[in-house]
Design a protein around this ligand. Structure first.
Ligand code: ATP
Ligand code: MG
Ligand code: MG
Ligand code: MG
Length: 477
């Protein structure tokens, strides 16, 4: 079943059950607490919080998502993309657990010829939040899932929130057993590679005030109504329904992967390191194109930095595949626009602009790589000669400061050489540089301006830059 058909089926199923179809919002979050949209519910947050009235009490959507925290998993696990699409049905004070759970089960198990996804019941496992007897009962008594395929988990796995203050609640997840060739038996608690999480049903019920991390937050009270928020991964469904090993091999993404293999004259499936690079190139090019299409431009901070990092990782993985001085992003962008254009026709209309942005980033980054790589190699050689296992903070700083090597690139390249990087030393030098810049600015004091106001701003800007990629979207689970 093609990706586009999976999306159509999901929408149709819920439309037939009284849901209004709403188009995906832009990846650029309107929500000021987020840079990019990591989940389908984000555009609906004001409805959950009772701040705005939803257009209908039941909605269904296919939302474009970006999850930067998953970037290091890409290509290594079978199931993490930076860009993916979340299919979701939503209820705002309308139905709750007793209806949402049977809806999910029905869609998954109904035969393909009858509009469903045709999953055999015995392949499905579910989890519920440890205290949620109500959900466990619905799964067991109403739906008929045997007790030994219902597992209970704690806050880390079965409680959903945005990673920032906002709505949240216990959740119930549905997993597909891919069989013994994928790992140990024993359900999702034992092995999340074999048991692939496909759908999360969140019982959005509470207002969270402070969120310190995934498992440490304050509940301020109940939301104005009890709501349903669900998220099903389109790419994961496609991997199962298309009988492929991982989400990089599904209809859309595989065409990009295959083109990358062709361009670099690499054979997919021969060498595990090259395979990871091919998956990264395919995933990141796709994410990059989708971000540019939503108006993001590469830059050194905020969402622009997320885009820059994603594109640069793609460009660099092409070097790992032996691209040398060749420029392949134009071709790969064209393939991406072509395959994603079926669901997102605006990509085709905007193709010229998307190419201009991505081509320019490739040109600039290849220049950075050309000068920086020689310096990097020399630094690595010196460290190895000294018998050191760590690249000095001063070397990482020089690479950043003089050659425009972002620290994450240095970290990655050092890692490939089996070296660590003295990150603390690097951060210290960065801070010293910022402090110097601040002192200089203060010394220059122009006009009557009170510089203290600006130093506060500088500090903030510095912090955004510094936190960079790993803090740009909420840790969402
Ligand atoms: P995992 O535990 O596998 O990382 P998650 O629990 O973080 O997934 P949720 O936040 O529950 O995921 O998101 C809802 C659904 O979105 C998941 O069940 C999955 O199908 C899909 N999904 C989540 N993260 C990704 C990703 N990085 N790439 C592709 N699909 C994803
Ligand atoms: Mg989940
Ligand atoms: Mg999970
Ligand atoms: Mg996750």
């Amino acid at each position: 079943m093609e990706s586009a058909e999976i999306a159509r089926r999901f929408l149709r199923f819920f439309e037939e059950r009284g849901h209004t179809v709403v188009p995906s919002a832009s990846l650029v979050a309107e929500d000021p607490t987020l840079l990019l949209v990591p989940a389908g519910m984000v555009p609906f947050k004001p409805y959950f919080l009772g701040q705005r009235t939803p257009p209908a009490s039941r909605l269904v959507s296919v939302q474009k998502c970006i999850r930067t925290p998953d970037i290091d998993e890409v290509g290594k696990t079978t199931r993490h993309a930076t860009f993916f699409q979340m299919l979701g049905n939503f209820s705002f004070g309308d139905y709750f657990k007793a209806q949402a759970i049977p809806f999910a089960w029905e869609l998954l198990t109904r035969s393909e010829s009858d509009g469903g996804f045709g999953f055999p019941e015995e392949r499905l496992w579910v989890t519920v939040y440890e205290d949620d007897d109500e959900a466990a009962d619905i799964w067991h008594k109403t739906v008929g899932v045997p007790l030994d395929r219902i597992q209970r988990r704690g806050l880390a796995d079965n409680y959903w929130h945005m990673g920032v203050p906002g709505p949240g609640g216990p959740c119930s997840e549905i997993y597909y057993d891919r069989g013994p060739e994928y790992g140990r038996e024993g359900g999702p608690v034992a092995d999340e590679n074999r048991y692939l999480e496909v759908w999360n049903n969140v019982f959005m019920q509470f207002q969270l005030s402070a969120v310190r991390n995934k498992v440490d937050f304050d509940i301020a009270g109940e939301l104005p109504s009890k709501n349903i928020d669900t998220g099903m991964g389109l790419e994961r469904m496609a991997a199962i329904l298309q009988g492929v090993d991982n989400i990089y091999e599904i209809d859309t993404t595989y065409k990009i992967l295959d083109r990358a293999a062709e361009l670099t004259r690499t054979k997919y499936g021969r060498d595990s390191r090259a395979d990871v690079s091919l998956r990264v190139v395919a995933d990141h090019t796709r994410a990059g194109v989708m971000l540019v299409a939503d108006g993001v431009l590469p830059s050194n901070e905020g969402r622009g930095y997320v885009l820059r990092r994603i594109l640069r990782r793609s460009i660099r993985n092409l070097r790992l595949l032996g691209a040398g001085e060749e420029r392949y992003m134009h071709e790969l962008t064209a393939t991406t626009i072509d395959v994603m254009g079926e669901l997102y026709p605006e990509l085709r209309a905007d193709a010229a602009n998307i190419h201009t942005v991505i081509d320019a980033e490739e040109t600039s980054f290849l220049g950075t790589l050309r000068t920086g790589t020689a310096i990097f190699d020399a630094a690595v050689e010196e460290s190895k000669r000294k018998g050191a296992v760590t690249l000095g903070g001063d070397q990482a700083f020089q690479l950043h400061d003089t050659y425009g090597f972002p620290i994450d690139l240095t970290l990655e390249m050092a890692g490939e050489q089996g070296l660590k990087v003295d990150e603390e030393g690097f951060r210290r030098l960065m801070k010293e540089q910022r402090d110097r810049a601040k002192a200089d600015a203060a010394a220059k004091k122009t006009g009557n301006a009170d510089i203290s106001v600006f130093s506060g701003m500088l500090e903030k800007a510095g912090r955004v830059d510094f936190l960079g990629y790993d803090h740009t979207t909420a840790e969402a689970n």
